[in-house]
Ligand binder design. Structure first.
Ligand code: OGA
Ligand code: NI
Length: 340
């Protein structure tokens, strides 16, 4: 029997070599020396005051990359700094304290876990994560961690502000597709919100493993706060992995599978991954806006009546989400299984 303490990797023990069950076969390794910096990742200024420019920039970015960064997004430096700080504080807690929250059951609405889907995967990933449901807050905050004592306040404030940003972006994305501002939000229904506080401890052999292997996000829209000091996020563009250098004032936004489906494939849910490094721990905070479970994911008519056929069959988000968590990462795009 493995002891509980060895299940997570943020145990305070500095590993000197990579345990065997984290080692990827040769052909699946990240080949870090071949990864170039992504120089022209769109950085969109939401505070520029020119709505049509913002809409055009976001539309272009969604078509070409499926991701972009935003600055002047409305969240204060303080809100962001506090969220990052309390995340670090959480992962610095004694392992016994953290293990009280441990679960490998993806259906849990609050859990500390490790890797991706421990029960399904054969090779593990060098990541621990705290995963929280965040909407409605009154329902979920009571089950959130009570230590650090400021966690609930800081994270709920962060969640509320991020949700507003997400809605604002969905409105622009909707308009950039030529739809009414509210169209996409209407299809998505009363959206759920999840947060993953990801913690990647220094890794003794970063060339042999991942923090998170290549995946697309199964939800509608992801708002990622990257560590401002330590890089690790990479995206697949034209068959090549590119590193997204941290931008101290930006959120990284990516289109999830549901927006790819709703846009009838016009916008891309991009493959991305997190790699690890030997020197410094890295923290990221991912916020996911998710369609309500019963939302029927069907492209608005305006996107299919130009003669382009619907690429995907109709499905509910509930059906999609179950499928996603029943698989491992690193397989074909989950949306491929929903094609007409
Ligand atoms: C995720 C994710 C990337 C990162 O949590 O889905 O892609 O940089 N995270 O932590
Ligand atoms: Ni992701």
């Amino acid at each position: 029997m493995e002891s509980l303490e060895t299940k997570v990797i943020s145990s305070g023990i500095r590993h000197t070599s990579l345990p065997r069950n984290y080692i990827r076969p040769q052909s699946e390794r990240p080949k870090l020396s071949e990864v170039a910096d992504c120089e022209n990742v769109p950085v969109i200024d939401l505070g520029c005051g020119d709505r049509s420019l913002i809409t055009k920039q976001i539309g272009d970015a969604c078509r070409e990359y499926g991701f972009f960064q935003v600055i002047n997004h409305g969240l204060s430096k303080e809100t962001i700094q506090k969220m990052l700080a309390v995340g670090h504080e959480f992962f610095s807690l004694p392992v016994e304290e953290k293990m009280k929250l441990y679960s490998d059951d993806p259906s849990k609405t609050m859990r500390l876990s490790t890797s991706f889907n421990v029960k399904k995967e054969t090779v593990h990933n060098w990541r621990d994560y705290l995963r929280l449901h965040c909407y409605p807050l009154e329902k979920y905050v009571p089950e959130w961690p009570t230590i650090p004592s400021s966690f609930k306040d800081i994270a709920s404030n962060y969640c509320m502000e991020v949700r507003q940003l997400g809605f604002r972006l969905q409105e622009v994305i909707s308009e950039s597709l030529g739809l009414d501002k509210e169209s996409l939000k209407n299809v998505l229904g009363e959206q759920g919100q999840h947060m993953a506080v990801n913690y990647y401890p220094p890794c003794p052999e970063p060339e042999l493993t991942y923090g998170l292997p290549a995946h697309t996000d199964p939800n509608a829209l992801t708002i990622l706060l990257q560590d401002s000091q330590v890089a690790g996020l990479q995206v697949l563009k034209d068959g090549k992995w590119l590193a997204i250098k941290p931008h101290p004032d930006a959120f990284v936004i990516n289109i999830g599978d549901q927006l790819q489906a709703l846009s009838n494939g016009k916008y891309k849910s991009i493959w991305h991954r997190a790699v690890v490094n030997a020197e410094k721990p890295r923290l990221s905070v991912a916020s996911f806006l998710c369609p309500c479970d019963s939302a029927m994911i069907v492209s608005p008519k305006a996107l299919t009546n130009d003669g382009s056929l619907s690429i995907y069959r109709d499905f509910t988000y509930e059906e999609y989400y179950k499928k996603f968590w029943s698989r491992n990462l690193d397989q074909e795009h989950c949306l491929e299984l929903f094609k007409n």
